[in-house]
Design a protein around this ligand. Structure first.
Ligand SMILES: Nc1ncnc2c1ncn2[C@@H]1O[C@H](COP(=O)(O)OP(=O)(O)OP(=O)(O)O)[C@@H](O)[C@H]1O
Ligand SMILES: [Mg+2]
Length: 241
């Protein structure tokens, strides 16, 4: 069943639309990849979904109801956004960052369980729980940003280039943990990545954005293993990205 449906989305930063016509859907518990060159509109798409960017046209439905435009209402509906460049609050400790992610959760025992779960998933976060987020390495900050988003028990997670700037070993750790959580909790994901290979291994389907429009879509495994499809959908743009 479709969890998020986007039909004819247009959005921009004031001087013309950056997203010119985007239609896609994400099923319950499904991970989709959004690929495309620099400037294709991937980050803008996530921002338009979470309400951080004004939508000028299009219909967005989430869980069968219209998706609100205000970021706090979108979050309350169960969409968590891990932005580009991580989403941690630099001056707060690791533990405080996690608690911020639980701001809608009223049950204190549940919050404690969720913090413990985050620590079990990424033991390094427990070790550094009193350190300020700014003192963490890039990989640790990414682990914290994802853990913080999971604290809100989202139905949909928006991830903007979680592998950006990380060493391959750290990328594997982050993706390994992420896939574990997604399977356990059946969270749906919109995964934006520069690396098509990486994203398509994690996702079931992929959409390719080009100049603010969906240029192609398909089954991720088929796209990954077909030279023809890779060339057609990703071509040189993906290499440049
Ligand atoms: N704050 C902004 N104000 C005006 N234009 C912007 C702003 N942010 C992005 N843009 C423009 O919107 C277009 C899409 O940018 P966006 O960041 O969504 O692309 P992207 O696919 O995420 O790129 P990247 O791979 O570099 O992260 C680009 O042409 C960019 O220059
Ligand atoms: Mg981007």
């Amino acid at each position: 069943m479709s969890l998020l449906t986007i039909d004819g989305l247009r959005a921009g930063y004031g001087a013309g639309d950056v997203l010119k016509d985007v239609s896609l859907h994400v099923d319950e518990g499904e991970c989709i990849a959004v690929l495309g060159a620099n400037g294709a509109g991937k980050t803008s798409l996530l921002r338009a979904i979470s309400g951080l960017m004004a939508r000028s046209a299009g219909a967005l439905a989430f869980g069968g109801q219209a998706l609100p435009a205000e970021p706090c209402r979108v979050a309350a509906r169960g969409i968590a956004h891990v932005p580009e460049g991580r989403g941690t609050i630099p001056g707060l400790s690791v533990e405080e960052n996690l608690l911020v992610g639980a701001y809608l959760q009223k049950d204190k025992k549940q919050i404690r369980r969720d913090v413990d779960e985050a620590f079990a998933r990424f033991p390094v976060l427990q070790r550094y729980r009193r350190r300020q987020a700014v003192q963490l390495s890039g990989g640790e900050q990414q682990m914290l940003a994802i853990s913080r988003a999971l604290m809100s028990h989202p139905r949909l997670l928006l991830l903007d280039e979680p592998s950006f700037g990380l060493a391959p070993k750290i990328v594997s750790a982050v993706y390994g943990a992420l896939q574990g959580v997604l399977q356990e909790r059946r969270i749906a994901v919109v995964l934006v990545e520069q690396s098509a290979e990486l994203a398509m291994r994690a996702a079931r389907r992929a959409y390719v954005l080009k100049h603010g429009k969906v240029a192609g879509t398909g089954n991720a495994a088929e796209m990954l293993h077909s030279d023809e499809l890779r060339q057609m959908y990703l071509g040189r743009d993906a290499e440049r990205a």
